[in-house]
Design a protein around this ligand. Structure first.
Ligand code: ZN
Ligand code: ZN
Length: 359
């Protein structure tokens, strides 16, 4: 079974479980997942036996070249969705309730009114399937990560104290684009000094402040994201900064060490949090330990206390990104991506962190 046949087999098994005759796929990530074609303005329609991709005239040539041959490529209206639903006797159509807008659903209902199908929300059908990565998906994520690591080595070489936070972010993004990244994985974070206490701070057009510089960014390869955070010191680090940095590092390494198949997601968060709390920083690790990464930058599964009894599965890729943030002072985060394997875990991030780098 090739990559796309494998995806269809998994999706159709879920469709059968949920009693769906078809799924209307409109979100860009799930569209890419089922067609292998990046079509920001189109949609796909997958039944138990067939699949169609609808691309408008701007994308039709690319669709014919790139979409998997498991789907039929057509311009909207050739044939129309209504004809397909009628011809194939489709009674129950799943829609992406987490992604499709209310207006989009109304529009779909209007288009298909004559066939009187039932509409059913698909809920987590795609996020569940996509959370477990196949080897080709892991390869794309690792390729993106290697580009991001190159950008880190580059910024360590070219950074000067005269640079602004926005210049640091621009330098990282320029390097990644030049080295094969389709686009930044998300808005690059590069925050220094007092702004480093904001976990998702926005780079400012101001010179780097002394203290911590936190850089959280990623590259993209074939639609797959990478995610990494490194915190360095601008100028010499004082003892307090070192204590904070090495506490975060210890928490992160302990969590990564613990990750493995069958381990509770919530426990991974607790392991990191206990170390941070135990070092006297209770309440300063203000977000969860991590999240899945793939066609979306944040996807299932989460690593946090609200995961109940959920356990990690081989093939899942999660981030481990503890941080300590002291408002008005500074903050620090270290983030790696980790692949859950059959017998443990593999850290996909290969980028210095053992010593606090002073620039
Ligand atoms: Zn990140
Ligand atoms: Zn992250």
């Amino acid at each position: 079974m090739n990559k796309m046949e494998n995806r269809y087999a998994k999706l159709r098994a879920k469709m059968e479980e949920m009693g769906l005759d078809a799924i209307y796929v409109s979100s860009p990530e799930n569209h890419l997942y089922v067609t292998d074609f990046d079509n920001p303005d189109g949609y796909a329609f997958v039944t138990r036996e067939s699949a169609w991709v609808f691309a408008d005239s701007r994308y039709i040539e690319a669709a014919k070249a790139e979409a998997t041959d498991l789907c039929t490529v057509c311009l909207p209206g050739q044939p129309g969705l209504l004809e397909i639903v009628k011809d194939h006797g489709i009674k129950v159509i799943g829609y992406e309730d987490r992604r499709l807008t209310c207006a989009g659903l109304e529009n779909l209902k209007k288009t298909l009114a004559e066939a009187e199908p039932e509409f059913a929300p698909v809920g987590g059908i795609f996020t569940q399937i996509r959370s477990v990565k196949t080897p080709d998906e892991v390869e794309n994520i690792v390729a993106a990560q290697r580009i991001a690591e190159g950008a880190f080595a580059h910024i360590c070489k070219v950074l000067t104290h005269e640079m602004t936070e926005t210049e640091v972010a621009a330098e990282l993004e320029y390097y990644m684009k030049k080295h094969g990244s389709e686009k930044p994985s998300f808005d690059t974070i590069a925050v220094s000094g007092s702004a480093s206490s904001r976990p998702h701070g926005v780079p400012r057009p101001v010179k780097l402040e002394r203290g911590f510089l936190t850089m959280d960014y990623g590259a993209m390869v074939n639609g797959y994201h990478s995610d990494m955070t490194r915190t360095v010191s601008i100028g010499k680090a004082d003892e307090e900064m070192k204590r904070l940095y090495y506490t975060v590092l210890e928490a992160q390494c302990a969590a990564i060490e613990a990750i493995g198949p069958g381990k509770k997601n919530a426990d991974m968060d607790k392991i990191a949090r206990d170390i941070i709390d135990g070092a006297g920083y209770q309440g300063y690790f203000s977000h969860s330990l991590g999240h899945g990464v793939g066609l979306e930058i944040h996807e299932d599964p989460g690593l946090h206390g609200r995961m109940g009894d959920a356990v990690l599965l081989p093939g899942q890729i999660v981030t481990a990104e503890p941080g300590i943030y002291i408002e008005g002072k500074y903050g620090c985060r270290i983030e790696d991506m980790v692949l859950v394997t059959e017998d443990g875990a593999r850290d996909l991030t290969d980028c210095p962190k053992k010593e606090l780098i002073e620039l």
